[in-house]
Design a protein around this ligand. Structure first.
Ligand SMILES: [Zn+2]
Length: 488
């Protein structure tokens, strides 16, 4: 009987956001353990559970579920609490044969840049060298030496939007079981590139080419997994950057060759990895000139709660109101006070609202004070399409308001705009809108590409910076592209 501990713990840390992430951001600490009912979760976690529980010779030890929204550095005490719970679970069992984790890979603490490395090292110290440790990481993980040293199997998501959590979870669970069965002996090798990468969808032709290359290598006999972590550049840490992972069945030469070929390819094409954005007024002009394309989507990339921004940036809302654009909609503006106010007043009521300006108003815009009609209220419960885990449902309650000639959906919680379901939950047909503003930089595309006549990635000042050149890096290892001129 194999006893396998599974757990889900993570956050993506934007170190340029000076506010800290507290324990409560990971959920109710009292419920970390009971919320780890992996049979009820989705994505990676459900996939782990499903694959493992099919085997009669596996006993799943459900660990904990603690996941926080991207924000500033995590408090050391919160990390120690969660790590401590996992170590306690390990000690409670007479033995643990393997560990399978769902992590992010770009989590930093207030006193340590490498939360995942610290966790994996602690598990390794507790369980010893002979216990396989596997983890699934986000595509935007910043993989560190410590993580590589203390894990046997690390696999990154392959897609952005991240819609392959389920497949990657299955893959990791299967590799772990094969390892325990003695069918394979995974050898993980990595190549880090001195390269910070902007947030590109995997449909981008260059990125798609790299991903196809990985899939082709995986067809070679003896190759167990090949993945690329593009890094999270809003983390100014020494080890920020792109990392390629190759796992072979103890074939170091094969692994090296894969890393060399993919790494050289990425390096040669690095100039094409810089994204382009459009000016807000240009996007509005373009949209108004082509109503046949409605609804068009404006991605408020710089206010992406999925990248550590607050989700209450007012620049786009203000300009749409100033320009009296009719039929536009914003999904969503984080404003718990306004949701409470709308609930109290009820549907049909007219209220005086103050939206935004609660976080970093100098950068993200001052509050917008307006008269608003409450069109509808929603408890925010909806199922995003695809196999997404439940942390993407942290949007909370919603209130759809009519301000001048547009809809503004305010939310009590905050999460990036993954789908149009929250708009529908408010009784609004997205197809009836002219412009839909989403608070997301890439992930919205999975759902919105199906309904949008055109998408504009809009540049306005905000906290989830999209351009590497705009950030003031102090800690990351230099030289690094695109900050430094680099030959070759
Ligand atoms: Zn990501």
């Amino acid at each position: 009987m194999y006893k396998i501990l599974i757990a889900c713990y993570g956050q993506e840390t934007n170190t340029f956001n000076p506010m800290t992430t507290k324990l409560e951001a990971f959920g109710d600490p009292e419920k970390f353990l009971e919320s780890a009912d992996f049979s009820r979760l989705r994505g990676t976690n459900a996939a782990f559970y499903e694959v493992l529980s099919k085997r009669t010779d596996v006993q799943v030890i459900p660990g904990l579920y603690a996941w926080a929204q991207p924000w500033g550095r995590c408090e050391r005490s919160a990390h120690e609490h969660i790590k401590g719970e996992l170590l306690r679970l390990c000690r409670q069992e007479e033995r643990i044969d393997a560990v399978l984790l769902s992590l992010h890979g770009a989590m930093a603490l207030d006193d340590d840049d490498d939360a995942e490395g610290d966790l994996l090292a602690a598990l390794r110290a507790e369980l010893g060298e002979g216990t396989p440790i596997a983890a699934i990481l986000d595509l935007h993980a910043n993989i560190t030496e410590k993580m590589l040293k203390n894990a046997n199997i690390l696999i990154n998501y392959h897609t952005c939007p991240h819609i392959d959590a389920d497949q990657r979870g299955r893959e990791a669970a299967a590799l772990l079981l094969d390892t325990l069965d003695g069918k394979i002996r995974p050898l993980m090798q990595a190549r880090k590139l001195p390269l910070l990468c902007e947030f590109l969808p995997s449909a981008h032709p260059v990125i798609n080419g790299f991903q196809q290359q990985c899939r082709q290598f995986e067809q070679e006999p003896g190759v167990l997994s090949v993945s690329i972590a593009y890094g999270f550049f809003c983390a100014d840490i020494y080890e920020s950057g792109v990392c390629i992972l190759a796992i072979t069945d103890q074939n170091a030469q094969q692994g090296q060759s894969i890393l060399r070929r993919i790494g050289d390819d990425i390096w040669q094409q690095r100039q094409s990895l810089l994204r382009e954005y459009v000016d807000l007024d240009y996007a509005i002009d373009q949209a108004l000139a082509q109503p046949e394309l409605y609804p068009v989507v404006f991605a408020d990339c710089w206010d992406n709660p999925g990248g550590g921004a607050p989700g209450d940036n007012t620049h786009i809302l203000r300009r749409l109101l100033e320009r009296r654009v009719k039929g536009a909609l914003i999904a969503y503006m984080r404003s718990p006070e306004t949701v409470a106010q709308a609930e109290k007043a009820g549907v049909g009521a007219c209220i005086e609202v103050s939206i935004g300006g609660k976080f970093f108003p100098e950068l993200c815009g001052a509050a917008i004070k307006k008269k608003a009609w409450v069109k509808s209220l929603s408890n925010g419960v909806y199922d995003p399409p695809g196999k997404l885990s439940r942390d993407f449902r942290r949007i909370g309650k919603l209130a759809a308001l009519i301000i001048d000639d547009m809809y503004v959906i305010v939310s009590s919680g905050f999460a990036q705009t993954w789908s149009e379901e929250g708009i529908r939950a408010c009784g609004i047909d997205p197809a009836s809108c002219s412009i839909i503003v989403v608070k997301s930089s890439v992930h919205f595309r999975h759902a919105f590409e199906k309904i949008a006549g055109r998408i504009y990635d809009v540049e306005v000042p905000g906290k989830s910076e999209q351009k590497i050149a705009n950030l003031n890096f102090v800690n990351c290892k230099r030289p690094i592209f695109p900050l430094d001129p680099m030959e070759g």
